[in-house]
Structures are given as structure tokens and as C-alpha cells.
Design a protein around this ligand. Structure first.
Ligand code: NDP
Length: 477
């Protein structure tokens, strides 16, 4: 049981003003595994004031020195890597091995990457008679979700601190314990007070206080498109910068010359990553109509390999994050059946042998049409939809027939052909033939998947302003 009684504001652990707390539930056992304070608007305002007061000092710290702090935070996370992995497995339900590799491995890399970038980034450049100076945008409100909790926090916090911004973090209250551990590390590292602040609590209270505050210069938000729109509305009143990383309904386009078995296997795996609670998950698998039966058979077999069970054991598919999420996903499965999709495997009933935990069966739907709800809305569960297309142009049209545009994959024996198709898909990142995730590449969406980019140098630049100093050219002697 990890019980945190205090918020982290202005370099100190302080009691929240509301006196209430929120229980954190283990997704596999449904037992209370922790507790955090329920922050209030007043707590958010105290943290914003601390971040404001710390800003000028932190912005003036040489970037390379800021990088040293980030490297120390990275070392702190590494030293507690196993504790982080176990905590996140409990909160989120993700299999422990995946938690080690992705949920903790990525944040370690992210802090390291921004430690290095702080030292190497060119904050000044001469263009004609102007000196172009990159300055931190100011106080950043970071609002993060529960699906890859520490990863999403790291992408915002490490980049913002490297840029010279100060931060108020509001993590998801569903998976917040890792954020408190990070705050402990930041405290030990001795970051100047007020540079990083942590206020837990509910989105409509603490999150909205950050979005509305005239003292916050930027909101960096990851979560649902619904909440992202609300944050943007509030932020517009003070014309603050808003970066949004929202939902997705990404398509895997398997071209007719692709190695079908490899492509289908990878697509199912990417769809089921973190029990399908991944914004970039390939939830729509597009196959040539002539190869539908073959693809459906392979997908069904691959899905069967996703054993459901204890995420601390050998199971490949852990529970969903919460009862709310489980019910939402079951409702989508029922909707798919109602609307006439063919249920190839899985279904809305609880998986056998799991009396507790928010488990959902790995599910595959065939004969899905683009108009069906399960082909249009983000489900955020282990549910794959197989759609068929006539030709390449039809595949691209179906892939783009979405309000989202976060990610996608293309499979073909001919890489040039795959690249040409990828250029026609309106999405922020497309993996070709299983090309691996690259943290130096920008990550973010087109259309209603968001605004802005995280990761790499692009993620650092999100937190920077431009200032042009026009210099009088030296007179010729
Ligand atoms: P939310 O968007 O509600 O949660 C994400 C973060 O936003 C949380 O910290 C949340 O706080 C906060 N938040 C919620 N409402 C507001 C608000 N009005 N103002 C400011 N901040 C707010 O996601 P849900 O947990 O409701 O998940 C619902 C669906 O969203 C999922 O099924 C999935 O489709 C999608 N989603 C997508 C994610 C992605 O990576 N793109 C991540 C998470 C969800 P709190 O948790 O305290 O309410």
C-alpha cells in the first residue's frame, strides 16, 4: 500500500487544502493499493504561484546545467526501476515485463534524451541582421492520462524543464502513484523549489484550474479528445499555447503483396498492446477483399495466443484500467454485434477463470464496414476490426475516413510502394513493415488526434518561444 498524504508544491510536501483523498485501485485484484490527496482549485493556484515565482530563475540557469538535473532524475528513476514497474503494473494492469520495458524504459530514455538535448540544442541563431533567440514559454500545466502514465509525464516534464519552463503536473487520478515517486526523486535531486510541482486530483477541478489560469502560459495535455476540447476552450480565454495528444483510430494497411502472416500478427499485437489502451493502436486492419478469409483466420489464431490473466505472471493480456473502462469496452463489443459485424473471437462476456479484475477477452471482429461504430470510435480495449478494400486508393480512402489521424502502419514487400501509400495517409506517424518506435522522431496527430508534437527535438521546441532581436548592421569602415 502506497499512501501519499501530501502534494508537492514549491519544493515541499504540503497538505492539500481540501482534506480529502482518492483511493488507487489495483486493476487485476480490485484491491486498494494506494491513496493520494484530492487536490483543489486552491492547491492548483498555490502550485501555479510557486511555478510562476520560480520561472525567471530556472529560465536563467544555463541549459547544460538544466540537463544535469535531468540526468540526475534519470538516474533516480533507474535506481527505482523495479518499484516503478511493479507500481505501474498494479495501477494500470499492464504485464510486468512490458511495464519494465515500456512503462519504465521509455521514461528513463526520455529523461536521458532531454538531458543531452538541453546541452546540445542551439537556443540562438543568426538570420540576416537578426539574432533569433529561443526562450522558454513560461509556466506549463501538464495534464496526463493513465494509459502510459510515467511515459506521458516524462515526455512533458523532461522536455519542459530542458526548455527552461516550470511545471505544474496533474496526473490521472487513476494511475497517479508513479507521479508521486517521480516527485520524490525530483525532491532528492534538489531541483530549485517551485520548478516542478505536483497536484493530484480530478480533471474537471485541478485540470480546469490549470487550463483557465492567466498565470499558466501553456497547457500540454494528453488524453481523450473530449477533455482536450474542453481544455482548449478554457485555455482560449487567455490565449495560452495548447499542445494536445489525443485519441486515435489508426489503420494498418496490408497491401496485396505483403507477407500476410507477419503483417496480421504484428497488427493484432499492436492493437492489443497494453490491453488496447494505446492511443496509436492499430485498431482497424485493412486487408484486400481477396485475402479476407486468410487474414481473419490468422488474426483469430494470433488473438488466441493473448492469454488473459495476472499481469505479474505470464499472461500476455492484463486487465483494463478500471471498471468504467471495462464497461465502456464491453458496450462497444455489443454494439459491434448489434450493427452486424462478425464476431470472430472474444466477446463481451467476462473471460473464464478471472473472478476479479477488469479483464476483457481479446476480441476480433470481421466484416466490419467503415460506417460501423467500432470502425469509427476509439474503443481503448483489446478489440480489432478487420475491414476489406478493393484497391490501393480504396484502402487510403478508408484509412483517412476518420476524425482521427494519429498513426498507422503500411505493409508491403516493396518499401517504395509502402512509402508512397504512407504519404497519402493523413496521420502523424506511420510505421512501414514494422519499423520500430523512434524516440527522436516527432509523435503527435493530425485532425482531432491533436496539435503539436512530443519526443525528440520537436518535443523540446514545443516549450520554446521565438524572439527576434533585430540588430543594426555594422557600418562599413
Ligand atoms: P480523460 O481525457 O478524461 O483523462 C486524461 C486526463 O485529463 C486526466 O488527467 C484527467 O483527469 C484529465 N481531465 C479530464 N477531464 C478534464 C477537464 N475537463 N479538464 C482538464 N483535465 C481533464 O480520459 P478518460 O480517463 O476519461 O478516458 C476516456 C477515453 O479517453 C478512453 O476510453 C480513451 O478513448 C481516451 N484516452 C486517450 C488517451 C490517449 O493517450 N490518447 C489517454 C487516455 C484516454 P482525471 O483522470 O482526474 O479525470
Amino acid at each position: 500500500m502506497k499512501a501519499y498524504e501530501k502534494l508537492y508544491i514549491d519544493g515541499a510536501w504540503v497538505s492539500g487544502s481540501g482534506g480529502k483523498s482518492i483511493d488507487v485501485i489495483n486493476a487485476a485484484t480490485e484491491e486498494v493499493m494506494g491513496r493520494i490527496p484530492e487536490g483543489t482549485v486552491a492547491d492548483a493556484q498555490a502550485a501555479i504561484a510557486a511555478a510562476r515565482a520560480a520561472f525567471d530563475g530556472w529560465a536563467a540557469v544555463p541549459a547544460a546545467r538544466r540537463g544535469e538535473y535531468l540526468a540526475a532524475i534519470q538516474a533516480g528513476i533507474k535506481a527505482r526501476a523495479d518499484e516503478f514497474a511493479r507500481t505501474i503494473t498494479g495501477e494500470v494492469g499492464v504485464p510486468y515485463k512490458l511495464a519494465q520495458r515500456v512503462m519504465v524504459g521509455n521514461p528513463v530514455n526520455t529523461f536521458g534524451m532531454y538531458a543531452a538535448l538541453a546541452g546540445s540544442f542551439e537556443f540562438e541563431k543568426t538570420v540576416g541582421n537578426s539574432l533569433i533567440v529561443r526562450e522558454p514559454v513560461g509556466v506549463v500545466g501538464a495534464i496526463t492520462p493513465w494509459n502510459f502514465p510515467l511515459h506521458q509525464i516524462a515526455l512533458k516534464v523532461a522536455a519542459a524543464l530542458a526548455a527552461g519552463c516550470t511545471v505544474v503536473l496533474k496526473p490521472s487520478e487513476v494511475a497517479p502513484l508513479n507521479a508521486f515517486m517521480l516527485a520524490e526523486i525530483i525532491h532528492e535531486v534538489g531541483l530549485p523549489k517551485g520548478v516542478f510541482n505536483l497536484v493530484s486530483g480530478y480533471g474537471p477541478v485541478v485540470g480546469e484550474a490549470l487550463a483557465a489560469s492567466p498565470e499558466v502560459d501553456m497547457i500540454s495535455f494528453t488524453g481523450s479528445t473530449r477533455a482536450g476540447k474542453r481544455v482548449s476552450e478554457l485555455a482560449a480565454q487567455t490565449v495560452k499555447r495548447v499542445a494536445l495528444e489525443l485519441g486515435g483510430k489508426s489503420a494498418a494497411i496490408i497491401l496485396d503483396d505483403a507477407d500476410l502472416a507477419t503483417a496480421v500478427k504484428a497488427t493484432v499485437s499492436y492493437c492489443y498492446l497494453n490491453s488496447g489502451q494505446t492511443c496509436a493502436a492499430t485498431t482497424r486492419m485493412l486487408v484486400p477483399a481477396s485475402r479476407y478469409e486468410e487474414a481473419a483466420k490468422i488474426a483469430t489464431e494470433v488473438a488466441a495466443g493473448f492469454t488473459v490473466g495476472d499481469p505479474m505472471g505470464d499472461a500476455r493480456l492484463g486487465p483494463l484500467i478500471s471498471a468504467v473502462q471495462r464497461e465502456r469496452v464491453r458496450a462497444y463489443i455489443n454494439k459491434g454485434i448489434e450493427e452486424g459485424a462478425q464476431l470472430l473471437t472474444g466477446g463481451a462476456e467476462p473471460p473464464e477463470g478471472q473472478p476479479r479484475g477488469y479483464f476483457v477477452k481479446p476480441t476480433v471482429f470481421g466484416k466490419v464496414t467503415p460506417a460501423m461504430t467500432i470502425a469509427r470510435e476509439e474503443i481503448f480495449g483489446p478489440v480489432l476490426s478487420i475491414l476489406t478494400y478493393r484497391d490501393e486508393a480504396d484502402a487510403v480512402r478508408i484509412a483517412n475516413d476518420s476524425v482521427y489521424g494519429l498513426a498507422g502502419t503500411i505493409w508491403s514487400k516493396d518499401e517504395e510502394r509502402a512509402k508512397a501509400v504512407a504519404r497519402r495517409v493523413r496521420a502523424g506517424q506511420i510505421d512501414i513493415n514494422g519499423g520500430p518506435f523512434n524516440p527522436m522522431a516527432p509523435f503527435g496527430g493530425y485532425k482531432q488526434s491533436g496539435n503539436g508534437r512530443e519526443s525528440g527535438v520537436y518535443g523540446l521546441e514545443e516549450f520554446l518561444e521565438y524572439k527576434s532581436l533585430q540588430l543594426r548592421p555594422a557600418k562599413a569602415a
